[in-house]
Design a protein around this ligand. Structure first.
Ligand code: G3P
Ligand code: MG
Length: 244
């Protein structure tokens, strides 16, 4: 695992890029994160109406672009009309939703890692989101570190079946008694936990089973130090320089 994750220091994954300093999930936020030295960035992937995998956290563009429209109602052509910096700052330059391919090219340029969190809108979209995403990811798998995660277990199941060489992570938003059974069945390398569910008992169960453990989302130094002392391997943070 040490050729994939550098375990000699806390792993810091730039959550939605350097999202404290630039609009979340924008190419600018990812570029900044890599420039700031992040080994890994995390992005959220959804599909447009034309089934293009693009980087956006919510189905609706309201929170980011201040427009009441869903991404799956937009054609690829229409994407350029929406400004995801609208909620970040009034004076920020117009910023468009990047495609997954644009981010993969950026990661290739910097030779750094990407955690691609695949976010189907509902379980019924899980398989098609997994399949369309894989078509974009496939040419990059041997060239940069790629880690797939999803709250939808069906996505991880699909990747295990059709792209088994791509490493997978199990996302745990809350404690699940059957987590080990699921993690083994999905054959994941890491567990990505909501920081609130991490306590010494849960953590020792993860570590006893040799999983890398990353906590999301950690934006204060005190919290990062406490989690590191407890034994987590790293954090998702909006600030890639949190511990510098
Ligand atoms: O992948 C970790 C974290 O990003 C999951 O939560 O809502 O920020 O995508 P969310
Ligand atoms: Mg995410």
């Amino acid at each position: 695992m040490s050729d994939f994750f550098d375990l000699t220091k806390p792993i810091i994954v730039a959550h939605r890029g350097a999202s404290l300093l630039a609009p979340e999930n924008s190419l600018e936020a990812f570029d900044l994160a890599y420039q700031m030295g992040a080994d890994w960035v995390e992005c959220d992937v959804v599909l447009t109406a034309d089934h293009l995998p693009v980087i956006l956290h919510d189905r609706s563009l309201w929170r980011t672009a201040r427009k009441r429209i869903n991404i799956d109602a937009l054609s690829n052509e229409a994407l350029k009309n929406y400004n995801i910096a609208a909620s970040f700052s009034k004076s920020h330059p117009f910023t468009t939703i990047p495609s997954l391919q644009e981010l993969l090219e950026l990661a290739l340029h910097y030779q750094r890692g990407i955690n691609i969190e695949i976010k189907p809108f509902t379980t019924e979209y899980a398989l098609e989101t997994a399949a369309h995403t894989w078509q974009i990811i496939k040419p990059y798998v041997d060239r940069i570190p790629i880690l797939i995660s999803s709250f939808e277990e069906e996505v991880l199941c699909w990747y295990k079946q059709y792209a088994p060489a791509v490493k997978r992570a199990y996302l745990l938003p809350h404690w699940k008694a059957d987590w080990l059974e699921k993690a083994k069945a999905l054959d994941v390398v890491s567990i990505h936990c909501h920081e609130k569910l991490l306590n010494p008992m849960h953590l020792s169960a993860f570590k006893l089973n040799n999983y890398i453990v990353l906590a999301y989302t950690v934006n204060t130094v005190d919290q990062a130090h406490a989690l590191w002392a407890m034994g987590v391997d790293g954090f998702f943070s909006d600030d890639p320089k949190l511990l510098d």
